[in-house]
Design a protein. Structure first.
Length: 250
């Protein structure tokens, strides 16, 4: 194949198909206006999530989705029987049912084993009580359930560093303007290896996946936590899913 033709094929938005002849400096797609983090969900669903869900036994099929936007919903809705859309602050999505005030660190409003999956992009980025959130997610997932989440590369280190406060975020016009008056958020930083290890501590079978972007040089870090199914999963997983504690790039 002609190398230039191959490059042209790769320089495309995974959501809207917008094509570029050169790598973009701005991560926002000129076609759909979505950022690289949202675009990374499409290949993640196709290459990681679909195969993983196919291995699960019969279950509720309910997804607990944090801060889910309309493009994210379009990608995930075909995979689940029901989606429960929630957030700590702000309204998201396309005007459908949405519950605010739900904190991943305290999911006591939900019973144990009530969800097939828990999802969120840039959720763990905004608190340091990550162990607590992992434990809560593990509790509300049914056996065989899956946590899949993305953390911004700017908030990750390569090593074992525990969560720490990088900076404090204050609401400004056009910037976290949905925060209630007097409320601030933290921007957290954490080590990739620490995050994977702590998923394992919580009981998950963990995995880190780096998803390359089709329009920029960006790589987006996804973390998968699979709750063991004691009722008996198939004895072997697809080869792409066997090294659950490893990392790979897509």
């Amino acid at each position: 194949m002609n190398p230039s033709a191959s490059a042209a094929i790769q320089l495309a938005c995974s959501l809207c198909g917008y094509r570029s002849e050169a790598l973009l400096n701005d991560e926002t797609c000129p076609g759909c206006g979505e950022a690289a983090r949202t675009r990374s969900l499409a290949p993640f669903v196709e290459h990681e999530l679909r195969p993983l869900l196919r291995e699960r036994s019969a279950a509720t099929g309910r997804l607990l989705a944090f801060a889910m936007t309309a493009p994210e919903k379009r990608l995930l809705a075909p995979l689940f029987d029901d989606i429960v859309s929630v957030s700590l602050f702000g309204d998201y999505g396309d005007g459908g049912p949405h519950l605010q005030g739900v904190d991943m660190r305290d999911l006591s409003r939900y019973p144990a084993g009530g969800f097939a999956a828990v999802f969120g992009i840039l959720i763990f980025d905004y608190f340091i009580e990550m162990r607590q959130a992992m434990d809560e997610v593990f509790r509300v997932l049914e056996p065989g359930g899956v946590l899949f989440t993305m953390i911004s590369p700017q908030r990750l280190t390569r090593g074992w560093e525990p969560p720490a406060v990088m900076k404090y975020i204050e609401s400004q016009p056009g910037y976290f303007s949905y925060l209630p008056p007097g409320t601030s958020l933290i921007s957290a930083v954490v080590g990739r290896r620490w995050f994977v290890r702590e998923l394992r501590r919580a009981g998950f079978r963990p995995r880190h996946v780096a998803i390359g972007d089709g329009l920029t040089t960006a790589e987006n870090d996804w973390f998968i936590g699979r709750k063991p199914n004691l009722a008996g999963l198939k004895p072997r997983l697809p080869s792409a899913l066997r090294a659950l504690t490893g990392s790979r790039r897509v």
